[in-house]
Design a protein around this ligand. Structure first.
Ligand code: PRT
Ligand code: ZN
Length: 284
């Protein structure tokens, strides 16, 4: 029994998908030029497909699970379940207009033409806002539509914003935040659900590790209580005596979000020689 996973054959999500599998200890041996590859050390078979096709293949159980952008999942409206955000392929789907235009809110779009590759998501957005506009579906180079007079606005994926900028456009409103997600077929048999749970456990350990750092520092013993109070740790910090009798070494784990704040407070409290080390896997 093997779990069949669909990932993008080539494009923005491909390398990160392979990297995540590798970080989960899953090695894909044979080449990406084939339609599928088998892992040597986990019961999984990887299918390389166009991202647009992945939701359909997962709905039809040709693949059991897939890694794909949320934007594609919502646009395709297939009967699949989003199980886990994967933390890569981050972008947003945004309305954009010519730079000189004044876009106060979505009512700007009333009676206008919008070019997009995401007609379903855009239509829902317009419906929700009670706006009537004409949607022009185009499959690529959406950003040139206003320049050639094809549309008054576009709705497209943005990450750095430089594509919009180079085409004389500005981001007016974000309608969806997106990242790569793991989707699953809705009727997975039990044995495959168990394999999926094993894979998910690994993915979550990798994600947690990325969001956390291991920290080591030296503290004068008379400041220990104050310093320990600042550190959350997985349970509580490890404290080891240094050869110098007045000092201890303190080890702990810090979350990325609170990282800099806590480092500043630790320094102020008298911590010295602070080392911060990446964590490879984190099992809690
Ligand atoms: O061949 P296939 O159909 O599989 O690939 P594709 O060409 O349809 O998709 P691809 O590889 O371009 O993108 C795959 C997925 O990556 C998307 O569905 C998103 O989930 C995610 N992603 C993340 C992005 C971007 N960031 C992104 N910036 N997808 C596209 N873009 C494009 C955007 O369309 C625009 O043209 O990049 C340009 C904007 O980038 P900035 O940095 O200039 O703002
Ligand atoms: Zn595509």
């Amino acid at each position: 029994m093997k779990l069949k996973l669909a990932i993008q054959k080539s494009g923005r999500l491909h390398d990160d998908s392979i990297r995540l599998l590798k970080e989960c200890g899953i090695d894909i041996s044979n080449g990406v030029n084939k339609l599928k590859a088998e892992a040597t050390n986990f019961p999984i078979e990887v299918y390389f497909l166009r991202d647009d096709d992945i939701p359909q293949y997962v709905e039809d159980a040709v693949a059991d699970i897939g890694f794909v952008g949320e934007n594609v999942v919502y646009e395709k409206r297939k009967k699949v379940t989003v199980v886990e955000k994967l933390g890569f392929g981050k972008c947003r789907l945004s309305m954009a207009v010519r730079r000189g235009e004044e876009y106060m809110d979505a009512s700007f779009l009333n009676g206008k033409k919008i070019a997009t590759s995401y007609p379903v998501i855009v239509e829902n957005f317009l419906k929700e806002k009670n706006i009537t506009a004409e949607i022009h579906e185009i499959s690529g180079s959406v950003e040139i539509a206003p320049g050639i007079g094809l549309a008054d606005a576009i709705c497209d994926l943005v990450s750095s914003g430089s594509t919009l900028f180079m085409n004389g456009l500005k981001e007016a409103e974000t309608i969806l935040q997106s990242q790569a997600v793991l989707i699953r077929n809705n009727q997975l048999e039990d044995a495959k659900t168990q394999l999926l749970n094993r894979l998910l456990f690994r993915i979550q350990s990798v994600k947690k590790a990325k969001n956390n750092k291991y920290i080591l520092l030296n503290a004068p013993n008379d400041k220990l209580a104050e310093i320990i109070a600042l550190l959350p740790g997985m349970k509580s910090p490890t404290v080891l005596p240094l050869a110098d009798p007045g000092w201890s070494s303190v080890h702990s784990v810090l979350n990325e979000n609170e990282f800099w704040d806590i480092i500043e407070q630790l320094k102020a409290a008298g911590a010295q020689g602070i080392l911060v080390v990446p964590i490879e896997k984190m099992i809690v």
